[in-house]
Design a protein around this ligand. Structure first.
Ligand SMILES: Cc1ncc(C[n+]2csc(CCOP(=O)(O)OP(=O)(O)O)c2C)c(N)n1
Ligand code: SF4
Length: 304
């Protein structure tokens, strides 16, 4: 566990690429309380990316990576789109699946990992755009929830197909005019969080990335619940500043403007009673472990 996996043999140290050496030195692998504050110092988080300057997807991606409870044993499944451009820059296992197929690929992967590593916790996390999740891949998304596949689906909702130049998606707001929908979107934004809840997700949240603590809490909840209880869904507003005509510094304000109590990205969270009880149990175990560590007694069994 931890950095043992990426350790370099002494004989090869001087010929390894500098990026790899930095990864070994600075990764947060194995660190219990890793989080968004590690951004900037932890090597597995991207330092550079190939998205547009100021694209909110880039900061959302960093928060997601920083919130993985166990990055060294996590596989992320992506799909074609702007989201896929950042995967080559991260030190986390990832698969690029055919557009829309991400939840089907993740289902097989999660099951295979369970068979291959029965004693280990291997997290699978899907990360795809709204076109991949809610339009072309909707069938695969829903069927994985119906089957209660144990992984987290994250949708980077920029309310359009950004990578192919601004077509409308099911998550575009009604009436919104864009390059490839010059008369405006004709129907309402699909209520995906409600669909996720009705389709069997044990935990659902919709939010922006204006508050890093919130992103971290939601992501950790989603991944831990998916491990034990069942599928979870997180929808994050990552506005495409290019297609809505904003400057590179205006993404944060755009998110803030859309998260008021009556706005479409007001924070909402749904959690089943079973998942709630699971989180409470986890919390109690953590407190017990912290108390035991303080007085120097052995940590009770089952408490990490
Ligand atoms: C099977 C298949 N269909 C269509 C495409 C073309 N395509 C590439 S990216 C993209 C749009 C992606 O939109 P979205 O999922 O919303 O992600 P974003 O780019 O907005 O982050 C499309 C339609 C493709 N690459 N493969
Ligand atoms: S096209 Fe839009 S979503 Fe894609 S990288 Fe640029 S700003 Fe971000």
């Amino acid at each position: 566990m931890g950095k043992d996996k990426i350790k370099i043999s002494k004989d090869l140290e001087d010929i390894m690429p500098v990026e790899y050496r930095e990864l070994v030195a600075d990764a947060t692998y194995g660190k219990e309380n890793r989080g968004w504050k590690d951004i900037g110092s932890a090597k597995e988080l991207i330092e550079e990316h190939s998205l547009c300057a100021g694209c909110p997807e880039s900061i959302a991606f960093r928060y997601v990576l920083a919130s993985l409870p166990n990055p060294e044993d996590t596989v992320m499944v992506g799909s074609t789109g702007c989201t896929s451009l950042v995967f080559p820059h991260v030190a986390v296992h990832n698969i690029h699946s055919l557009f829309g197929n991400q939840n089907a690929v993740a289902s097989g992967l999660k099951r295979a990992l369970k068979v291959r590593f029965p004693e280990k916790e291997k997290d699978v996390v899907v990360l795809a755009g709204d076109g991949a999740t809610v339009d072309i891949g909707l069938d695969m998304t829903l069927q994985s929830w119906f089957r209660q596949e144990k992984f987290t689906t994250i949708c980077f909702d920029n309310e359009l197909y950004a990578n192919t130049g601004g077509q409308e998606s099911g998550l575009t707001q009604k009436g919104f005019v864009m390059k490839m929908a010059p008369q405006g979107k004709k129907f309402n934004k699909v209520r995906m969080p409600e669909i996720a809840r009705e389709s069997g997700c044990a935990y659902v949240a919709i939010l922006t990335v204006s508050k890093p603590n919130l992103v971290e809490r939601v992501l950790k909840n989603a991944i831990l619940i998916a491990r034990t209880i069942g599928p979870t869904y997180v929808q994050i507003y990552t506005p495409c500043i290019l297609e809505i005509g904003k400057q590179s510094m205006e993404g944060l304000q755009e998110m803030r403007d859309s998260e008021g109590p009556a706005d479409r990205f007001a924070f909402r969270e749904f959690i089943t009673d079973e998942a709630k009880a699971f989180l409470a149990e986890l919390d109690a175990k953590k407190k017990l472990a912290a108390a035991a560590a303080k007085i120097g007694t052995a940590v009770p069994a089952g408490v990490k």
